[in-house]
Design a binder for this molecule. Structure first.
Ligand code: GLA
Ligand code: ZN
Length: 661
């Protein structure tokens, strides 16, 4: 069974016992099989320090079990009770400007504080003891959306100890951080302060190391939470991660979790200038990132069945969009498509946030659509456990992005990293391939093609692994602004992209930043071996390479670098020098795929149609979805196999076809 349901916070209506029964009736009507509870329940579980009361939670779990509904049981560390910070102010976060926060909101605790760790450990152990073997509970939902950072004295001290372990001496740190610049030499680890708007905000290596430390400290905190629930229970653990969140390097979390889960709130109809094909591509890319972390099915832990209440515009989901969004997650490897939230609260910050059930008790459009979705997910039961096995990977490396976006450099008004990444991604998807989106430390060996768009930082070993990949017959695509700096954001001496200029047959000479809206033309070179014969445009950043030994495929059409190659090929190593318009990427990758003998799931798709394939026990499940505004007719030979979802060979907008082979 594919998980279907979502966050359920019934502590908000304890005074009305009928609501739970009414909700359960509706859960069955919609086909709901899983809920996540206890996420923000700490005050109810431990109303006074050390006095636990699990009566409600216990009866809730029993009731859900009777009804055959499974539970992701959360640890409640995402929001703490007031008594905790009143009594122990050290648990309150200190902001980067060194002001300590006061009680309020959530997700704002010091992850270093021994008191906070102790209180969380204590309640987690109690929960584990009480419910770690409860028949309703299928997984531990560890905390909620870890994020943010604390600059308190405890965190400063932990930062120092962490640095001390990483460097042989303070001289070594000064050298790697280039602290001779502005003569900002530190004389001891203890004298280092975390980045601050009232202090050091312009030391790139310090900023990077601080971010690494924040990731380390958050994972350390999470591991303590996991250890506590593991005391009496060996149920799988996960934590719900966020969309395109760069406050943490999520890739480092994967090894500590049994399965990955994440929360997705796409802005259908309004994001990316209302272009839902880009919204769909953006979601898909994020799913592919989270799936690739463990090469295993993940869970879409939260999404919104209706409009959210926190986006700039609470644009209603059009009929069919909720279903398309949920099935898209499944298409990309999710074994669960859950929502935030099951029922609207009557008050509080999120009272206007969408939910499956509202306060009117009516048979709403949402309930009707959710019931249809529930049936489709039921039909997809066999898909559970299958995985996508892409032969192409795109590198999306958080640490490199930290460094690149943190460096005062070629385009401080916006590097358009994510935009470029999405164009590359959509280009490959339009050629009908599944894709993994990976960190640069991820193993490359299962792929035929590796694409490194704007991989500014080559961390230790990355270049060697890329060379190895290419020497084993892999197809390597490297773009502009790659291989510029090392782990500490120091420029690599010699020709760049670091260590690859012989493979590429070129090196970076200059990089030009273009004003927003300004484009250069890019022209095909007659008779190029990729057979590309259309012109394109480039924008944002244009690298000007010095080419010694590569075939020019396209050249810049204007400006003083007119005639200089913008796209090159040397054997199976390709270079893209600028951010091209969207169509370039589908043409380029389809030419490269045929030149290199890569077979897609389905050949050349109309814009907006996405195809992916999940594989299990010799069976393959092909998902086709249409995110364009028009009906799309799929060639009939595509339909070999058993149709699980869909009728006929036309996919309506936001429609889905699933075939089993
Ligand atoms: C996040 C949180 C939820 C809720 C939703 C609202 O994903 O995890 O608790 O606040 O946002 O969209
Ligand atoms: Zn702190």
């Amino acid at each position: 069974m594919i998980g279907f349901g979502g966050d359920y916070n019934p502590e908000q209506w304890l005074d009305d016992k009928n609501i739970l029964e009414e909700d359960i009736r509706r859960f069955h009507e919609m086909g709901v099989n899983t809920v996540s509870v206890n996420i923000f329940s700490w005050s109810f579980l431990e109303p006074e320090e050390g006095k636990y009361d699990f009566t409600f939670l216990s009866s809730l779990l029993d009731r859900l079990y009777e009804e055959g509904i499974s539970v992701n049981l959360a640890t409640p560390s995402g929001a703490r009770p007031k008594w905790l910070s009143d009594k122990y102010p050290e648990v309150l976060r200190v902001r980067e400007d060194r002001r300590r926060m006061i009680f309020g909101e959530r997700h704002n605790h010091c992850y270093t504080s021994p008191v906070y760790r102790e209180k969380v450990r204590a309640i987690n152990e109690k929960l584990s003891e009480a419910f770690g073997h409860h028949k309703a509970v299928i997984a531990w939902h560890i905390s909620n959306e870890y994020g943010g950072e604390c600059h308190c004295p405890l965190c400063q001290d932990a930062f120092h100890r962490w640095l001390e372990k990483r460097y042989e001496s303070i001289d070594e740190l000064n050298r790697r951080w280039n602290n001779a610049f502005w003569s900002h030499i530190y004389d001891s680890f203890d004298s280092i302060e975390s980045p601050s708007s009232i202090g050091e905000g312009q030391n790139p290596a310090l900023s990077l190391e601080w971010k690494r430390f924040v990731t380390h400290q958050t994972i350390d905190f999470m591991n303590e939470e996991i250890k506590a629930v593991r005391k009496y229970s060996d149920l799988p653990v996960t934590t719900n991660m966020m969309y395109n969140y760069t406050g943490l390097d999520y890739s480092r979390f994967a090894d500590c979790l049994d399965f990955i889960s994440w929360d997705n709130y796409p802005a259908w109809g309004t994001g990316f200038d209302g272009d839902d094909v880009l919204v769909a591509a953006d979601n898909a890319m994020e799913h592919d990132y989270f799936r690739a972390m463990k090469n295993k099915p993940f869970i879409l832990m939260e999404s919104c069945p209706e409009a959210t209440n926190w986006q700039p515009l609470s644009h209603l989901k059009r009929p069919g969009v909720m279903e398309a969004e949920s099935l898209e997650a499944v298409a990309h490897g999710a074994d669960g498509a859950l929502f935030f939230q099951m029922r609207h609260g009557r008050g509080g910050f999120e009272k206007f946030h969408g939910a499956l059930l509202d306060t009117s008790g009516r048979e709403t459009r949402t309930i009707k659509e959710a019931s249809e979705l529930g049936k489709k997910l039921e039909l997809l039961s066999d898909v559970k456990g299958s995985v996508n096995k892409p032969r192409i990977a795109i590198i999306n490396d958080t640490q490199s992005r930290w460094a690149m976006e943190g460096a005062a450099g070629p385009r401080n008004k916006g590097l358009h990293y994510r935009d470029n990444l999405r164009r590359v991604y959509l280009g490959i998807r339009r050629c009908g391939f599944d894709v993994d989106v990976i960190d640069s430390d991820h193993d490359f060996s299962s792929y035929r093609m590796l694409v490194a768009p704007m991989l500014y930082m080559f961390r230790k070993g990355v270049m060697e692994r890329m060379r190895n990949f290419a020497s084993q017959g892999g197809v390597l695509v490297v773009t502009y602004w790659s291989g510029v700096v090392d782990d500490y954001d120091s420029i690599y001496p010699g020709r760049t992209p670091y260590g690859l200029s012989d493979l590429l047959g070129l090196c970076r000479a200059e990089i030009d930043a273009l004003q927003d809206g300004v484009e250069n033309s890019v022209e095909p070179v007659l008779g190029n071996t990729l057979g590309i014969n259309r012109s394109y445009t480039s924008s944002i950043l244009s690298e000007i390479p010095e080419v010694y030994d590569a075939e020019p495929i396209l050249i810049y059409g204007n400006d003083f670098y007119k005639g200089i190659p913008a796209v090159t090929r040397k054997g199976s190593v390709y270079y893209i020098g600028s951010m091209m318009n969207e169509d370039f990427y589908s043409d380029f990758f389809s030419s490269v795929a045929s030149a290199e003998g890569l077979e897609p799931i389905m050949k050349t798709l109309p814009r907006g149609v996405f195809v992916s394939e999940r594989i299990k026990d010799g069976k393959s499940y092909i998902f086709m979805q249409n995110f364009s505004a028009h009906d799309v007719v799929i060639r009939s030979e595509t339909f070999e196999g058993k149709i699980i979802i869909g009728e006929g060979n036309t996919i309506r907008p936001y429609g889905t076809i699933v075939i089993e082979r």
